[in-house]
Design a protein around this ligand. Structure first.
Ligand SMILES: Cc1cc2nc3c(=O)[nH]c(=O)nc-3n(C[C@H](O)[C@H](O)[C@H](O)COP(=O)(O)O)c2cc1C
Length: 163
């Protein structure tokens, strides 16, 4: 059963920054936007390479959605490098964050970029509002969709604890 947060003192502002090569992460990021809006958030979404993480400074909840590609050394996607570096230098102390990502558990570094972004948000002082969500390929299974809704709800609850 979906929770709707009707009595929030202010509408939480959320930014989802995503990167996706073949569309799996993008699909999940847009589904997450829809779920967050249904439960009462105001959500912006854009491709991570079009954004500076400084845009998180105007938000309450900061989200990254990323795929993982181990091209011989557990590196982040090329287009995520600049965003990632800048993120680590910000002060996001007042912010709640969450990370989701697509991967394939065939790879030893399963959804490794999710873990790296989680560490980077922590370095910036942000507070983890939900367990990071890793999924295989796309987000088509009912189990994954239920997990995504729980992820969205946890983030809003974490935000409410703060205000
Ligand atoms: C060359 C190559 C390397 C990959 N490396 C990893 C990896 O290290 N870890 C992982 O979890 N998935 C890995 N994957 C799987 C992708 O992350 C997966 O296909 C994902 O769904 C792509 O997301 P996207 O559709 O948003 O681009 C790799 C895929 C390819 C083709």
């Amino acid at each position: 059963m979906q929770k709707v947060f009707l009595n929030m003192p202010t509408t939480p502002k959320v930014l989802i920054a995503y990167t996706s090569l073949t569309g799996n992460t993008e699909e999940a990021a847009f589904l997450l936007k829809k779920e967050l809006e249904k439960i009462g958030a105001q959500v912006d979404i854009d491709e991570l390479e079009m954004l500076s993480p400084r845009k998180y400074l105007d938000q309450d909840i900061c989200i990254v959605a990323t795929y993982s590609y181990d091209s011989g050394g557990e590196v982040l996607p090329d287009e995520a490098q600049g965003f990632f570096q800048e993120l680590g230098g910000l002060d996001l102390t007042e912010k709640v964050f969450g990370v989701i990502g697509s991967g394939q558990d065939f790879y030893e570094w399963y959804c490794g970029a999710v873990d790296r972004f989680e560490e980077q948000f922590e370095k910036a002082g942000a507070r983890k509002g939900a367990m990071s969500m890793k999924f295989e390929w796309d987000i088509s299974t009912p189990e994954d969709q239920t997990k995504l809704l729980a992820f969205a709800t946890d983030l809003i609850e974490a935000y409410q604890e703060k205000v």
